[in-house]
Design a protein. Structure first.
Length: 223
């Protein structure tokens, strides 16, 4: 990995870690085991993946780190609202922990951590399969339709994994109230999936044929 790219990657990682520190800040204490377990799970996934991408697919790593890529006009509002919801399902569980608004059974918290692990695992499989992943809704030069790996089952497996991740975070932190902004994030991703799917139908050669074979966008047998 080049020095410049390494610097950007580390900077991006620090920003993400800052997001994961939000529950502790909102809780007003560092003595919250669930929050630390969540951070450790993320680091145990993110660091190896970043190293793997740097060695095997530096171009994809560069694209994933680039938060300035231009997207479609309709997508800009979705991204802004998404950031608000993303902040919410980190901050609200912290406030919930501080003020004792809700109490979730341990088995649900464990299910939340399992969901995070499964979601992160699925995200890596998608990154390994698709070299055209981008934070923006776009068609890149020379882009081809990916039909292998997770893409054999649904057309947007990264979003499917993100749905699981969004719900898993507040559940792992034991907050019923944190599920509210998580559901907002889920709604936004459903809208983005629908709009992006339409965009790809119109702009990516071969996508329409692929969609006829792989019928479902996110959940096999459902949608």
């Amino acid at each position: 990995m080049e020095a410049g790219q390494l610097k950007k990657t580390l900077g991006f990682l620090l920003v993400v870690i800052a997001f994961f520190a939000l529950p502790l800040v909102a809780a007003g204490t560092i003595y919250w085991p669930e929050a630390w377990i969540m951070v450790l799970i993320y680091l145990a996934w993110a660091l190896p993946v970043l190293i793997w991408l740097g060695r095997n697919n530096p171009e994809l790593l560069k694209q994933r780190m680039d938060i300035t890529r231009r997207t479609q006009e309709w997508d800009k509002l979705i991204l802004i609202l998404g950031v608000i919801c993303y902040l919410g399902f980190f901050v609200i569980p912290g406030l919930d922990f501080r003020f004792g608004w809700s109490e979730m059974p341990v088995y649900l918290e464990i299910a939340g951590f399992v969901g995070m692990v499964l979601a992160f695992s699925a995200m890596f499989l998608v990154m390994r399969e698709n070299t055209y992943l981008s934070r923006a809704v776009e068609v890149q030069e020379g882009q081809k339709v990916i039909t292998t790996g997770p893409y054999k089952y649904v057309r947007h497996p990264l979003y499917a994994a993100m749905l699981v991740y969004c719900i898993s975070v507040p559940v792992s932190l034991g907050s019923y109230y944190g599920i509210i902004p998580a559901l907002g994030m889920v709604a936004l991703m459903l809208v983005r999936t629908s709009r992006e799917d339409k965009f790809l139908h119109e702009n990516l050669p071969g996508y329409e044929e692929y969609a006829q074979k792989t019928r479902y966008r996110l959940v096999p047998g459902v949608w």
